[in-house]
Design a protein around this ligand. Structure first.
Ligand SMILES: [Zn+2]
Length: 499
């Protein structure tokens, strides 16, 4: 195990935060309403911190503008889909955003001196929540097989010669695509952390992006089945994140779990997560052979499920398994596209829905999925359910939209902050154009979202009160530079991996 080493990048982030805390004193707080006062204050810190990191890294555009004092907007004239049963759902509304939070939602809001943003011709809704995404290999988009073999053999070959810098670029590319397609919260499933620098690079990219989410610290792809992951480096990362006090990003742990390593190993990793009070995520029952291990039942019997334990795929789990998962309060993440592509099979959506398990949706990875498109994930989820049931709409489209938003947020234990549009929650929202060839006329909001819209329909994206996409254009990303960097990086990695 490695000893803790100070990392310069982290030290500079921590220094930056104290400076920003001083700045914050000048801005607060007497005018804030009583609800979630702490959350408002923390929101200010993170917003400024993200902008500062972005400038320091020299990677993002628009950061200076975003950190200026105008943190208040009235978003005007969009049709509301709150995911919270607001009586104004389906009507045109104004949304007052202040200090990163939703301050008011009403038919009309007058706020003299506050910037108004016209969102007419759109549907405004909570940003999507992706619950399981291996972001590091986003630059390996489409390398689904090679002379080295199938997906897994190819990924392993690439992973061995991967670099920390490449992981950072992969995460930045993923986050840019997330924002572009309306995903405002992610669970970055970092399962190729080959040394602490890899984790630092991924985390730095998340911190700089201003996108909400979890960093699920992982292990090298080629780690032995009898080897425990580097828990000391995980602890160091936890300490540094605590010092940063960044409320947009929280830490978790991704592990191989009972289906993919030895019992003494996964038990040690489980114990590490619980003793450090970190949420844990693991793939499970993804094939019939793995499901035959009975891992879900074993975890349940040992008290090793719960709201802090997210299970992923469970493609071959049965209704009884899902009931155990639901009883324990463990959230589930499925990724229907990649589950098809890699040959896991059809997600058992009817059993999942029947069990009442807390479900979130995910894109999984760009190597197989091709693009980070929650609209098409929702569409295939809804339509697979109908195909499996051999009847129309066995699961309502509004249920599917809820899985992509508030369900995912609850599963990541972020349901109090995001996943629906409610006064007091953080302002993570998107506006989807309803006046385009592919979306108009709108038969129902849920059909439009699950069957008509696509990432190009996302006109406006706000995360924690910051504008990330406006007028259909990314506001904080130097896209040409990022794409060129990604291309250069993957070309070099393919060469070094002999692909
Ligand atoms: Zn996965």
């Amino acid at each position: 195990m490695q000893r803790l080493q100070p990392v310069d990048a982290w030290k500079s982030l921590i220094g930056l935060e104290s400076a920003l805390s001083r700045t914050m004193e000048e801005h607060r707080i007497s005018e804030l309403p009583n609800y979630q006062n702490t959350v408002h204050r923390r929101g200010f810190i993170v917003s400024s911190l993200s902008a500062g990191v972005a400038l320091g890294a020299g990677r993002l555009f628009g950061a200076e503008k975003a950190s200026a004092k105008s943190e208040e907007y009235v978003l005007s004239g969009a049709t509301l889909l709150s995911q919270a049963g607001n009586e104004l759902d389906g009507s045109k509304v104004d949304i007052h955003v202040k200090d990163g939070a939703i301050f008011a939602i009403a038919a009309s809001i007058e706020a003299p001196g506050v910037s108004r943003i016209d969102l007419s011709g759109t549907l405004v809704m909570p940003g999507f929540v992706d619950t399981h995404w291996h972001m590091w290999n986003t630059i390996a988009r489409g390398i689904q097989s090679s002379a080295k073999g199938d997906f897994f053999a190819t990924q392993k070959a690439l992973a061995k010669t991967w670099t920390a810098e490449a992981s950072g670029v992969g995460v930045r590319l993923a986050l840019a695509e997330a924002v572009n397609s309306g995903i405002t919260t992610v669970n970055n499933w970092a399962h190729n952390v080959r040394a602490r620098e890899f984790a630092d690079a991924e985390l730095e990219a998340q911190l700089a992006s201003g996108v909400r989410g979890r960093f699920s610290y992982g292990y090298p792809q080629d780690i032995a089945e009898d080897e425990v992951m580097d828990v000391d480096s995980l602890a160091a990362t936890q300490k540094r994140l605590a010092e940063l006090d960044n409320p947009l990003i929280h830490l978790g742990l991704c592990v191989r779990g009972p289906d993919r390593c030895e019992e003494k190993v996964w038990r040690a990793e489980w114990e590490a997560a619980r003793s450090m009070k970190l949420p844990l995520t693991t793939h499970i029952a993804s094939t019939a052979a793995k499901a035959a291990n009975g891992s879900i039942r074993k975890l349940h019997q040992n008290g090793l499920l719960g709201p802090d334990i997210q299970l992923v795929h469970a493609t071959h789990a049965k209704l009884d398994d899902f009931k155990l998962i639901a009883d324990a309060g463990s959230p589930l993440s499925i990724s229907p596209w990649t589950e098809l592509e890699v040959g896991y099979g059809l997600p058992p959506l009817l059993e999942i829905a029947k069990s009442g398990v807390e479900l979130g949706l995910s894109v999984d990875n760009m190597v197989l999925a091709g693009r980070a498109d929650m609209f098409e994930v929702m569409k295939i989820t809804a339509d697979l359910a109908a195909g499996l049931a051999t009847q129309m709409l066995p699961i309502s489209l509004s249920k599917v939209v809820s899985w992509a938003t508030i369900g995912g947020a609850r599963g990541l234990q972020l349901g109090e902050q995001t996943g629906s549009l409610e006064v007091g929650k953080r302002a993570d929202l998107i506006a989807v154009r309803t006046d385009r060839l592919n979306t108009s006329p709108v038969g129902s909001a849920e059909f439009m979202l699950t069957h008509s819209a696509n990432p190009a329909s996302v006109d406006f994206v706000m995360i924690d009160g910051k504008i990330h996409k406006q007028g259909g254009r990314l506001a904080k990303v130097d896209l040409p530079a990022l794409l060129e960097e990604s291309q250069t990086m993957i070309s070099s990695l393919k060469k070094s991996a002999g692909l």
